[in-house]
Design a protein around this ligand. Sequence first.
Ligand code: NAD
Ligand code: LMR
Length: 331
Amino acid sequence: MTFAGLFRRAAPEALKHQRKVAILGAAGGIGQPLALLMKLNPLVSSLSLYDIANTPGVAADVSHANTRAEVVGYAGDEQLGEALKGADVVIIPAGVPRKPGMTRDDLFNINAGIVKSLCTAIAKHCPEAVINMISNPVNSTVPIAAEVFKKANMYDPKKLFGVTTLDVVRARTFYAAKKGLSVEDVDVPVVGGHAGVTILPLFSQATPKATLTDEEIDALTKRTQDGGTEVVQAKAGKGSATLSMAYAGALFAESCLKGLNGESGVVECSYVASTVTDLPFFSSKVRLGKNGVEEVLGLGALSEYEKKALEAMKPELKSSIQKGIDFANQN
Ligand code: NAD
Ligand code: LMR
């Protein structure tokens, strides 16, 4: 017997594809629930759980769910190559989370090195994989990954994604609650980056459309921008968003898998190499396909409020990008 709400059957077409997903940082706060959600996803045939320690236990636990994916746990540097070999999608939630009073940029000193070493291994063992970067500060870790891949001569900008889905998930939740809408029907694009004012929800494009006062737009925008901090404060020193992030990460990874499998009309917001603004990386709607990014979509019509916020975020986003590039090239 299965619980129909969690056990999902894939369309027969999808089952023809063998898809390996690797999670790096799989024993962590995000990694563990994300491992479970990917085990429940029928598009996954092989699930590789890597961390510096404790993954054999997580893998043994998750592997007992009676779903399609074969699960293997890998622990320690010497097993990283095997964990990555043949991966179609690599999800990276490895690194330290924030404590109250910290910005995401305060994580740079530790997480930049972790991301750099993991991306060096990806370049060697699964250069074709689609990368879902969760580790913060995303505004800098994605440029670090790009530089590492360029040095290894395998950089494909279509395959590198900063995961900003949690911002979209939050904007949908807050908008639906404010306007009394059914949250399942709501969508709100979120553009820019993934830190403070660089997170810009476009409530002027929210669907279904509801009337918002200027005060409501400002409050919803600020709540979305501060959503991560809201969780960090509530957890009071025990980390940042893990469960909602696992949910958002699973949604995004599923869209990547659907795209790889050739499904059409798969669109997500993500932080990618972009010419939508004058910044080299920017989050906007992206159409996903067999090669990763099929098309980076434009911003659409912005309200005056959004136009101002877009210009205001640029200096911070620019310097976070440059910080990542400099780190990758200096160390
Ligand atoms: P956590 O400390 O609970 O887990 C991190 C895991 O990474 C640990 O198990 C740790 O052992 C592992 N790790 C450390 N170095 C590693 C390495 N070299 N190789 C493999 N694994 C390694 O932290 P968490 O709450 O899961 O958060 C992880 C990261 O995700 C943080 O940087 C956090 O800021 C970020 N995050 C991003 C978003 C987003 O929206 N993009 C949302 C929430 C959290
Ligand atoms: C989030 O948005 O929840 C994450 O980026 C974690 C954090 O530090 O806020």
